[in-house]
Design a protein around this ligand. Structure first.
Ligand SMILES: Nc1ncnc2c1ncn2[C@@H]1O[C@H](COP(=O)(O)OP(=O)(O)OP(=O)(O)O)[C@@H](O)[C@H]1O
Ligand SMILES: [Mg+2]
Length: 173
C-alpha cells in the first residue's frame, strides 16, 4: 500500500526502549500522532518516556490512567493518552480528543487499538511485543509510518538507530 511503511526493531532493555523512542522523538513535528499498542507491561509508558525526553520534557511520565490525558508543556507539547479504561469512544470526544490531535503538540495514545474506529487515517503505529520467554527484557518494536504526512520518517529513524548502534540480532545478549 502506498504511503504505508513497516519496520521491525529489537531492543534488549527498558533503557533501550526509551533510547529507541527518543530517536523517534527527535524526528517528530507538531501535530504528529503516535498510536501505541502492546500487552500490559509491554513498555508503552516507557516508550512515551523516551519520546518526552526527546521533546525536552523532564517531568516524571506516568500513565494518565484515570484522567485519560496528561499534557506536558514544551516547545512541542506532548499529549499523552491512555485509553485503557474508557468505557466508550464518546469519552474521547468529551475530553476534546480532536482538538488535541489537530493541535500543536505530539499526541501519543496508549492502547490505541481500543479506539480503532476513531483514530486518524495517518499515524505512526508502534506495536511493542514481549518477544522472548527467557529474556524478560527483550522486546520487538514494530513501527509503521502510515500516510504521506510521514514520508521520510522511516529513513531518518533507521539512520538514527544505526548511528546509535541499535541491536537487530535475533536475540539479546
Ligand atoms: N525492553 C523493555 N522495554 C520496556 N519495558 C521493559 C523492558 N524490559 C522490561 N521492561 C519492564 O516492563 C515494564 C513496562 O512497563 P510500562 O508501564 O512501560 O508498560 P505499559 O505497556 O505502559 O503497561 P500498561 O499496559 O500497564 O500501560 C516495566 O516494569 C519495565 O521495567
Ligand atoms: Mg502504560
Amino acid at each position: 500500500m502506498k504511503g504505508k511503511r513497516m519496520q521491525m526493531f529489537k531492543v534488549c532493555s527498558q533503557k533501550e526502549t526509551e533510547v529507541f523512542a527518543e530517536k523517534l522523538g527527535e524526528i517528530l513535528n507538531p501535530g504528529d500522532i503516535i498510536c501505541l499498542t502492546g500487552n500490559l507491561g509491554a513498555g508503552k509508558t516507557a516508550f512515551t518516556r523516551g519520546l518526552a525526553k526527546a521533546l525536552g520534557i523532564n517531568n516524571h511520565i506516568t500513565s494518565p490512567t484515570f484522567t485519560i490525558v496528561n499534557e506536558y508543556e514544551a516547545e512541542i507539547p506532548l499529549y499523552h493518552f491512555d485509553v485503557y479504561r474508557i468505557s466508550s469512544p464518546d469519552d474521547m470526544f468529551e475530553i476534546g480528543f480532536e482538538e488535541y490531535l489537530y493541535g500543536d503538540g505530539v499526541s501519543v495514545i496508549e492502547w490505541a487499538d481500543l479506539i480503532y474506529d476513531i483514530l486518524p487515517l495517518e499515524s505512526i503505529n508502534v506495536r511493542i511485543d514481549i518477544s522472548s520467554r527467557t529474556n524478560t527484557e527483550e522486546r520487538v518494536i514494530e513501527v509503521e509510518f502510515k500516510g504521506n504526512r510521514y514520508l521520510g520518517y522511516e529513513e531518518k529513524l533507521l539512520d538514527k538507530w544505526s548511528l546509535y548502534g541499535g541491536n537487530n540480532e535475533d536475540t539479546c545478549g
